[in-house]
Design a protein around this ligand. Structure first.
Ligand code: SF4
Length: 318
């Protein structure tokens, strides 16, 4: 069964939802991971994509996302600020570029960035663009087409907007905005020619079947980069007591996301410290990209060590 599905995908076909659901139950997980690795090799080669992010506005968010330490609905100990020092942002982009990171994104908390902050950050992007060739991305909430166009005109090529989870689970995690609003932003970004990065967090009470639902939803949206975060429960959020996913569930998610989205970058994102012990296996189960460096509000990674790990696994980080 696994070989048949893999061969169909390698020949340019697509896996059906029923087939993906049946693979969830396969006893032979190693065969599943190997099949995902072969599909990754065929469609993405050995090139490994590294991106980094900077939290340009932190905390005080009016939204009630159950996992998020930046929501005003939660009492957490994060550092809060209205807008990052603009020179610091430029410096960080340059440092990341010098370390060989391919993409750099500014990320802001909140339902959507204000127009005045957007204008300031567009200035930062224009300055970064003048001094480094790093690929620019942005993640600033539910933006209008006009706001997205401003970012594009300032050199931003990819817009990031996570769908976070399966559509059937979204309402259990967030009530202040909807997944449809996220889809509107994603489509608006695509309509003006931006690539879209969108994934989510696993381990937030969704079922394995809902993870498959999420992967197919992203496929339908034509997403080119899919970050998969493993929930790191933060004290003070509604998710603080969530049980950990098993290693097998996590690796199966990477593998199935690859089989469902063969040409997308399947990206290791937040929660990497939780899967350190299986990272080498993940790199052989369909993954083709990673978020490196400091993360938003959780502990990040060392870029030089990361590159060594990816190269040791057979990837090229150039
Ligand atoms: S909108 Fe973003 S910053 Fe605000 S609570 Fe949700 S995830 Fe956190």
């Amino acid at each position: 069964m696994i070989q048949q599905i893999k061969n169909k995908i390698l020949a340019g076909g697509t896996i059906t939802e029923a087939e993906a659901l049946s693979l969830l139950k396969t006893e032979n997980k190693e065969e599943l991971y190997n099949a995902a690795d072969e599909v990754r090799q065929k469609f993405k080669g050995d090139k490994f994509d590294m991106c980094s992010i900077m939290n340009a506005k932190s905390g005080k968010c009016s939204q009630d996302c159950k996992w998020c330490s930046q929501s005003v609905f939660h009492k957490t100990n994060i550092e809060e600020y209205e807008l990052v020092d603009l020179k610091e942002a430029e410096k960080m982009a340059k440092e990341n570029a010098a370390k060989g990171v391919h993409k750099f994104s500014l990320v802001t908390s909140g339902k959507a960035i204000s127009n005045s902050n957007l204008d300031k950050l567009c200035g930062v992007y224009r300055n970064i663009q003048k001094s480094t060739p790093i690929h620019l991305c942005a993640s600033m909430g539910l933006l209008t087409k006009e706001q997205l166009q401003k970012l594009k005109n300032s050199g931003v090529k990819h817009y990031h907007c996570n769908i976070e989870t399966a559509p059937s689970h979204f309402g259990k995690l967030v009530t202040t905005h909807t997944i449809e609003q996220k889809v509107e932003t994603i489509k608006a970004a695509q309509e003006i020619g931006m690539g879209v990065c969108s994934g989510g967090i696993i381990g937030m009470g969704e079922t394995p079947e809902q993870r498959i639902e999420m992967a197919f939803f992203l496929k339908k949206l034509d997403i080119i980069s899919i970050p998969i975060n493993i929930l790191m429960p933060v004290e003070g959020t509604k998710m603080e007591g969530m049980p950990k996913l098993s290693d097998e569930e996590i690796l199966t998610t990477f593998a199935l996301f690859r089989l469902i989205n063969p040409t997308a970058n399947i990206r290791l994102a937040g929660g990497r410290s939780l899967i350190q012990h299986i990272q080498d296996k993940a790199l052989k189960a369909g993954v083709s990209a990673a978020l490196v460096g400091d993360y938003l509000t959780t502990v990040g990674t060392n870029i030089t060590e990361d590159k060594e790990t990816f190269e040791k696994a057979g990837f090229c980080c150039k």
